[in-house]
Design a protein around this ligand. Structure first.
Ligand code: NAP
Length: 315
């Protein structure tokens, strides 16, 4: 017997989908994957998730979401899906030790912020290094901030960070920025923003928390060290979609293509969260997408059941 619904990924999108699917008696299997909770679980203080006026820790929020989903029958599976076959029904999913057959799937594998890959970056995540201004900007009131990147995100988040920081310096590897003209103009007019062009961060230095970065000119090779409290990195995201290559339609950056009801190119496969959303990228919007995908999966499964009942009656 095939399972009704599998949810791949257990961040805010997957866990909210699990809650809604559980409440619809679909008893979803939720494949947690390599890291439970997704990006929000790597954030310390979450202050912008409605319902928690005092704020809470990222892992605490996802643990609560999990408990709520399990209360309604969602089944968490501590396995990573390594291969899928959406070309026939029921769909097949493989983890390292088992094969599963399912009628419908919600893909909620999220995205991973691109990393610089320089010394000190991993070490100081949550202690000065951040990939989310909305999450962490508040902790840098009157501090020295460096933003890395030259696209819309770097500019938009850099502008947002001027609410908190004493100064925000945007470090970009080229002379020209990729960001749109309006954002560029707004940033250039902002007295708190300065630009360090044609430079890259070579090293993040600290003792317990970030204190300095070492920069290198991409033109002359010159290196220098500058004091800084916060390093915000916005050099793009990488959707976690390698698993679905050749099975689901995706754009040139690898984001899944969905319609407005979160249907992918394969009927019965839905997507929720940052695996398709390259725009809002918030825990609350991902949770909303999870809810929508579960509602659509429920409709799909109900239609499938009626179809089968009609065929059985005809025979
Ligand atoms: P993006 O457009 O891909 O820009 C990434 C930036 O990071 C580029 O400037 C790139 O430099 C730089 N970069 C990439 N790898 C790097 C590395 N290893 N070291 C140093 N720098 C590196 O990503 P995004 O800014 O996150 O935007 C993603 C999408 O969302 C875009 O389509 C964007 O338009 C959209 N968006 C729009 C808004 C808005 O309000 N309009 C806001 C946010 C995002 P190069 O330029 O040299 O390649």
């Amino acid at each position: 017997m095939a399972e009704k619904l599998a949810i791949i990924g257990a961040g805010p999108a997957g866990l909210t989908a699990a809650l809604y699917a559980g409440r619809a008696f679909l008893e979803p299997l939720v494949f947690i994957g390599p890291s439970f909770g997704g990006q929000i679980a790597t954030t310390t203080e979450v202050e912008n998730f409605p319902g928690f006026p005092e704020g809470l820790q990222g892992p605490e929020l996802t643990a609560l979401m999990r408990r709520q989903a399990e209360k309604f029958g969602a089944r968490m599976v501590e396995e990573t899906i390594l291969k899928v076959d959406f070309s026939r029904r029921p769909f097949r999913l493989w983890s390292s030790n088992q094969q599963y057959e399912v009628e419908a799937v919600i893909v909620a594998t999220g995205a991973t912020p691109r990393k610089l890959g320089v010394p000190g970056e991993e070490e100081y995540i949550g202690r000065g290094v951040s990939y989310c201004a909305t999450c962490d900007g508040f902790f840098f009131r009157d501090k020295e901030i460096i933003v890395v990147g030259g696209g819309d995100s770097a500019f938009q988040e850099g502008l947002f960070l001027t609410k908190f920081g004493r100064r925000v310096r945007i470090v970009h590897r080229r002379d020209e920025f990729r960001a749109g003209a309006t954002l560029q103009q707004r940033a250039m007019q902002n007295p708190k923003i300065e630009f360090i062009r044609s430079a890259v961060v070579e090293r993040i230095i600290g003792n317990g928390k970030v204190r300095e970065v070492e920069l290198r000119s991409t033109k002359t090779g010159e290196r220098w060290v500058t004091p800084v409290d916060g390093v915000f990195i916005f050099i793009g995201h990488q959707p976690n979609t390698d698993l679905f290559k050749g099975q689901l339609d995706m754009d040139e950056e690898g984001y899944l293509i969905v319609d407005k009801r979160l249907h992918t190119s394969v009927p019965g496969v839905f997507a929720a969260g940052e695996v398709h959303d390259n725009w809002f990228k918030q825990a609350i919007t991902s949770a909303g997408f999870g809810c929508m995908a579960a509602m659509e999966a429920e409709k799909f499964l109900a239609a499938l059941e009626s179809e089968r009942a009609a065929v059985a009656t005809a025979v």
